[in-house]
Unconditional design. Structure first.
Length: 270
């Protein structure tokens, strides 16, 4: 009798039900994600960082190639609006554009214009982009001068530097991997990412930023911060954090960086 009663839970009517397992429901926050069709990492890492009660729901756009021309083609295609409206058809709390280079490609004004377009297409939920989230995250950790690690081609890497510097973050050291194939981006191991980030550290850097939303990072952030003694911000980590900030959800699992101080769910830490 005691065993049975301990395994039951009551609804508001007082009726007893078996105790159910968590099923992935987004009771705390539902994140709508506009993401690249050929990419995989951002969804995986967002789910890894999500405490029970936070869910991610994705609509996709096609990226021909990780080049300036390929990114511009994606951003000018009608499929972008279609993806935004499809993501917004669900009862989401926040809509995230999950492309870093695609949102900083032509600078801060371009990123702001993208947010305004998304607001027009999807009125209702909070709106952010990977680039806007990055700036918010750097502000959160009180970053000044930064180091930058990317997997990009040189011309995209240079645009990342310009975006950071026009927003007050001098880049004191940086490095890129020169990858233009989206599938290849996702195949870079955490060990390689770890070494890549360590290679850009500089005594004057108050934080390190790792760009790209199809580039594995979050599994190495805690180890990197312990090694370097400074915040490490990645585009995916910052994007997820900013979604929590905008919704007010305390919905991160522990272990993904100092950025999440105050946003880690106690139930996930237990």
């Amino acid at each position: 009798m005691n065993t049975l009663s301990n395994s039951l839970q009551a609804d508001t009517s007082g009726k007893a039900y078996p105790r159910f397992r968590y099923d992935g429901s987004g009771d705390l926050a539902r994140i709508g994600l506009i993401y690249i069709a050929s990419s995989v990492v951002m969804e995986e890492e967002m789910w890894a960082m999500s405490a029970p009660g936070v869910s991610t729901h994705t609509a996709r756009v096609k990226l021909p190639k990780v080049t300036v021309e390929g990114i511009e083609a994606m951003m000018n295609a009608p499929e972008l609006e279609q993806a935004a409206r499809m993501a917004g058809a669900a009862p989401i709390d926040v809509l995230l554009f999950g492309g870093t280079s695609a949102s900083f490609l032509h600078g801060t004004a371009y990123d702001h214009a993208l947010i305004e377009k998304l607001r027009q297409w999807v009125p209702g939920p909070k709106i952010t982009t990977a680039s806007t989230a990055t700036l918010a995250a750097l502000k959160q950790v009180k970053a000044g001068k930064v180091a930058l690690a990317t997997p990009y081609l040189p011309e995209i890497h240079e645009r990342a530097i310009r975006f950071l510097e026009e927003n007050g973050h001098e880049v004191v050291k940086s490095a890129y991997l020169g990858i233009s194939d989206d599938h290849a981006l996702a195949e870079v191991s955490l060990e390689q990412v770890y070494d890549h980030v360590l290679s850009v550290d500089h005594p004057d850097a108050t934080a390190i930023f790792v760009s790209c939303t199809n580039f594995r990072t979050v599994g190495a952030i805690e180890a990197l911060e312990q090694k370097l003694g400074k915040p490490v911000i990645s585009a995916i980590q910052a994007s997820f954090w900013h979604c929590l900030e905008l919704t007010g959800a305390v919905g991160a699992k522990p272990g993904y960086g100092v950025l999440f101080n105050g946003r880690t769910a106690a139930s996930a830490a237990a």
